[in-house]
Design a protein around this ligand. Structure first.
Ligand SMILES: NC(=O)c1ccc[n+]([C@@H]2O[C@H](COP(=O)([O-])OP(=O)(O)OC[C@H]3O[C@@H](n4cnc5c(N)ncnc54)[C@H](OP(=O)(O)O)[C@@H]3O)[C@@H](O)[C@H]2O)c1
Length: 314
């Protein structure tokens, strides 16, 4: 099968190449070294890649710390199940699915991928593969950050960093829907996009002082670093800083700081796709490219806001 692979950590996205890799199939699922109990093969129709995936250790090593190059990046998927391993529950061959794949195994920038069935949800026939691949990771991340970790509820205020980006735009919409007051941040050029996704105020991080924001109940941080640290000071007593950017550099004086890594969840994926169908959740796609054009798409000459989705099959 055709797949994008990476072999050189230092090369970043410039080191991505389109090549041939062995195609996973039912026989591979049946072999012990091929896959685990509960795995399925998915014929990939649309694949998503997170911008800094090539910095994640899991792109380069497996769970036992062994080199796993050449590795196939991309962990967001929408496609069709073509084979099931023994013990797979809840999915069948020919079923449309979407979800997240394991970080430490080959990913979805390929014609086929092996995925644990529990990491996939059924995809209704009227929801496009491209759309569903684009909401899996950002939708789950935003939902888990706001509600599972941040315990956000109606009437509370939340500062969403990067509110025009993939994760931030989902967090902005979900927080508004629950009745929270949303302050979005980003670059000056992101103002209108953040407001369009539902932010009631926008903090231009290039020109405004973050410290002027005042107290909020929750900060949803996608940046870490200096912005993450300074954001801890904005959290009201009893509030939280929730970050997806690694261990927080500072903790709110009278509140909690939590960092987490998104996990796939069938029920949450189904809820996300329900919102998409009801037009309560708008996807944030910046670019759609083919597998042949994927390497160029991940090495753009100009900034693209929103997710880049690779359409593997038309
Ligand atoms: N822990 C987890 O489970 C998890 C899950 C998903 C994502 N993440 C992480 O979350 C981060 C965001 O992911 P994403 O997919 O939402 O990325 P994204 O689509 O690029 O969104 C980030 C947004 O923030 C903006 N931004 C970046 N640096 C900025 C700065 N210095 N000042 C103002 N605005 C800035 C970006 O604008 P520009 O494009 O103009 O820079 C973009 O609009 C990534 O680091 C990703 O790895 C973590």
């Amino acid at each position: 099968m055709r797949a994008i692979v990476v072999t050189d950590r230092a090369a970043g996205t410039a080191g991505m190449t389109l090549t041939e890799r062995p195609e996973p199939d039912a026989a591979m699922l049946a072999s012990l070294e091929g896959a685990n109990y509960g795995d399925v093969v998915v014929e990939v129709h649309a694949s998503g890649f997170t911008g800094n995936e090539l910095d994640w250790p899991s792109t380069w090593i497996d769970r036992l710390g062994r080199d796993r190059t050449p590795s196939i990046p991309g962990h967001e998927v929408a496609g069709v199940v073509t084979a099931l391993s023994y013990g797979t529950a809840g999915l069948s061959v020919g079923q449309r699915v979407f979800g997240l794949t394991d970080w430490t195994r080959d990913g979805t920038l390929a014609e086929y991928v092996v995925v644990e069935a529990r990491n996939l949800a059924p995809l209704p026939g009227d929801v496009d593969f491209t759309v569903s691949a684009s909401v899996a990771m950002p939708g789950l991340t935003a939902s888990q950050g706001l509600f599972e970790h941040g315990h956000l509820s109606a009437g509370q205020s939340v500062l969403v960093h990067g509110a025009a980006g993939a994760v931030g735009s989902m967090a902005t919409q979900l927080a508004r829907e629950v009745g929270a007051y949303v302050l979005g941040t980003g670059r000056a050029v992101h103002r209108q996009a953040a407001l369009d996704f539902g932010a009631q105020e926008f903090v231009d991080l290039e020109n405004d002082a973050l410290e002027d924001v005042g107290g909020v109940d929750l900060v949803f941080d996608v940046f870490g670093g200096d912005f993450g640290k300074r954001s801890a000071g904005l959290v009201r007593a009893g509030g939280m800083l929730v970050t997806v950017a690694g261990p927080p550099g500072a903790r709110p004086a009278d509140g909690l700081a939590v960092d987490f890594v998104v996990v796939s969840d069938r029920a949450q994926l189904s809820e996300i796709v329900r919102r998409v169908r009801d037009r309560r959740l708008r996807t944030n796609i910046g670019n759609v490219a083919t597998l042949e054009d994927a390497v160029a798409a991940f090495n753009p000459t100009e900034r693209i806001n929103g997710k880049t989705i690779i359409r593997i099959r038309q």
